[in-house]
Each structure stands twice: as C-alpha cells, then as structure tokens.
Ligand binder design. Structure first.
Ligand SMILES: *Cc1c(COP(=O)(O)O)cnc(C)c1O
Length: 408
C-alpha cells in the first residue's frame, strides 16, 4: 500500500488519526474479511495476479486480505515507508526479510545486542543454510565498517537494543551499508513512533507488533515495512519468502491490532512519563538504572538527533541489582505487591519485568553477556500505564528494600 509523504516537519505520531479507513458498510472500523480465497469475475485478472499485484483484487489470504492490507497500509504510513507486509510474528518478519536478501555463501553483520530469538536465528539457524553472521558493537561505527565484506548483504540492528537500550547512530549505519551495497535492516520494536529509521536511511524497518504496537499482550504478530520492490519480492507467488514459508497473520487479528494502533501515541506518552519518573527516583537512590531519559544515558546525542522529542523516552528501563537472587527477590516482591507481572514481553498496559540474563537473552553466551554489561542481576522493565504513580512508587520502594535486605 502506497503512503503519501507527510507535510514538512510533521511526524508519524501526529498523523496517526489519518490512518483511519472506513468499513465497507460505513462502519467506523474497517470490515473484517472472512475468506481464505477470493472470487475473480475476470479470468485474465486471475492470470495477471500471479505476476504481481492487480488493483482491487486479492488472490489468497496466505498472501494478504483486505484486513491485513489495511493494517499493513497503516504501518507503512507510520514508518514513512512506501509499502508493508504483515506476518504472524516478529520473528517471521525478521526471518523472511533475511531470507529475501541472503543466499548461501553471503553474510550478515549484526549488532551483538539483539533480541534473543534474533540472535539464535543468526547464530544457530542461518549457518545451516550457509548464511553466516558477524556480531559487532553497533555503537562503534569503526567495528561495523571493518566487519563488512563483499559478501555482506545486510547490516542488522535494533533502533533501541534489547535489553541494554543502546541506540546506534542509524545515519552512520545506513551510510556504511550503502557504501558497500548492503541493506540496513532495523528492528524498531522497542521504540515505535519514537524512532522513524527510514528518515536515517534504513532500507527495511521491522516490528514485532506483539509489543507496544498492539499493547494488549493478546496476540503475536509482525510487520516488514520497505520499498514496494522488497515487499513485492517477499510476496511473490513463485519465489517470495513470506508467500512460500507461509507465516500468515489472521484477518481478525489484523483488524484488532489495527484498532489498537490508534492509541499508540497516547499510550507511549504514559509509558514514558511513568518510566521517566521511576528512573529518576531510582537514580536519586543510587540504584544502577538505565533509561534513555536520564542525563547519564550514553547515547543521548544520537537519541536527540533521531527521536521525536514530544513522545518522551519510551517505556523500557533496566535496573541492575548485581546478583541473580537479589533480582529474583525483587521481582517476586513486586509481583506480590501487584506492581506488575514477572513475564517476558513488553508494551503491555501493566508493568512487566523479567531477568534478561536467564530468559529473553539466555541464547546469548555468558561471556558475551558479561562483556556487554548484561549481568545476572539485571531486571528489564516494560513500565505500564499506571494512573497513580505515587501508589506504584510506594510499592516499588518497599519491594526494593525487601530485595536488598534479603527478607522474604
Ligand atoms: C519480541 C521481539 C521480537 C520477536 O517478535 P515475536 O512477535 O515474539 O515473534 C523481535 N525483536 C524484538 C526487539 C522483540 O522484542
């Protein structure tokens, strides 16, 4: 789906109301499509659709449906990309994108700090297909530059890395990739609307819709946003990774995610407001807290250049309590006081916390984790939409005290 360019100086967050599409019968929400296959009134159009999109026609719901197309169109607009394709998960979006660009004998240069599932895909699975990955620190452009070879097809990173919340300089990464004929693929899951990586030159922007974009922790989904040619390759009936591997998002789910998209900027503001307040109070207490809105955030300059300042600094925060058992006591105390839930994932309306070292990043070897500062006492927070933050803070502080004193 084509996206018009927004007015000068505008930002995706201020345009989100314009993504609204009416239903077939005038419903305020688009009608939900309920068919796996579609009728053709003209056999010539059926013939033509096997060679590329035909306006107003759908072939088969593994490829797309009116409902998945509405969601894809909105997400393309959000990322200021010409086109998008939704998938059954964030991992499917990542895997299909990499399959699209990489063949046997080629390689990927990836940030060493990426989502655990992505790390495992790159490190363990893709080598089985003859695709290798070199992991480097994307906050150091020289390391990235040196890692590229003539066989490099993709530079891969997250706009805000999991779980340490580092923000690579995407303009620099795009420049390095393009000077060597590679593509910059950015996973923007942690910072939707905050970052619009296309503006810095990213070729493909991916999301796990499971997280902030849907925000309800009630489904798993993903999206690939890119140029029309890339989306066409992915959905090609005889060669496309997405079409042939088949990670299809159900129409009913697509419709429900689309409805949640409209509250994203408002939710992000509240996630960010709460996370900022908690991070500041924790920092004042001398707790080792990482949050992009704190003065000691190491990528402050990059953040300032790349992020939409009106939306705050996002809902993700980490606290390092040094030892694993202290982190565990802390999380149990928080859960007992109903501050939030000990669960992986993020972007939910309630606070979620998990220990990345022994969960979502456990795929990353221990030496590698230690080298990056991902210690056993690290707790990752996705701060919720709590209205009464004073009440939350009182409980947070009591949980912290309990964890530090070792009483349970
Ligand atoms: C969750 C997540 C993914 C994977 O998405 P799924 O929807 O769980 O497949 C990829 N990248 C990041 C940064 C994530 O947080």
């Amino acid at each position: 789906m084509r996206s018009p360019t927004g007015p000068e100086g505008s930002h995706p967050a201020s345009q989100i109301e314009d993504y609204l599409v009416f239903g077939e019968f005038g419903e305020v929400n688009p009608s939900v499509s309920d068919g796996s296959t579609f009728t053709f009134l003209d056999p010539e159009k059926l013939k033509a659709i096997f060679h590329g999109p035909v306006p107003g026609c759908h072939l088969y719901s593994r490829l797309d449906s009116p409902s998945t197309q509405v969601l894809a169109g909105a997400l393309a607009l959000m990322e200021e990309m010409p086109a998008a394709h939704v998938t059954a998960s964030g991992m499917a979006a990542i895997a299909c994108t990499l399959f699209n660009f990489c063949t046997q004998g080629t390689n990927i240069v990836s940030d060493r700090l990426v989502y655990g599932g992505t790390y495992a895909l790159l490190k363990n699975f893709l080598p089985r297909l003859g695709i290798s990955t070199h992991f480097v620190d994307f906050t150091d452009p020289d390391q990235v530059q040196q890692a590229l070879t003539p066989k490099t097809r993709v530079l891969y990173c997250e706009s805000l890395s999991n779980p340490l919340l580092r923000a690579p300089d995407l303009s620099r990464m795009a420049e390095i990739a393009h000077s060597r004929g590679a593509r910059l693929v950015v996973d923007n899951t942690f910072a939707p609307l905050l970052f619009t990586p296309r503006r810095q030159g990213a070729d493909v922007v991916i999301h796990s819709l499971t997280k902030f974009i849907n925000g309800m922790s009630d489904c798993v989904a993903g999206v690939i946003t890119a140029d029309e040619s890339v989306i066409r390759e992915l959905s090609d009936a005889s060669n496309g990774a997405s079409m042939l591997l088949g990670p299809t998002l159900d129409s009913a789910r697509a419709a429900s995610i689309y409805k949640n998209l409209h509250t994203l900027p408002v939710r992000l503001l509240q996630h960010g407001k709460n996370a900022q307040a908690l991070a500041e109070r924790l920092a004042t207490m001398g707790i080792r807290v990482s949050y992009p809105g704190l003065p000691d955030y190491p990528d402050r300059a990059v953040w300032k250049r790349q992020a939409d300042s009106r939306l705050g600094h996002g809902g993700m925060m980490t606290i390092d309590l040094g030892e694993e058992n202290r982190a565990q006591r802390f999380m149990l105390a928080l859960q007992a006081r109903r501050v939030g839930l000990l669960a992986v994932s993020l972007g939910y309306y309630r606070t979620l916390f998990s220990p990345p070292g022994s969960s979502t990043s456990s795929e990353i070897p221990e030496e590698e984790r230690a080298a990056t500062g991902l210690g056993p006492g690290l707790v990752r927070f996705s701060v919720g939409l709590d209205f009464d933050l004073e009440r939350t803070w009182t409980r947070f502080e009591a949980s912290l005290r309990e964890a530090r004193e070792g009483v349970s």
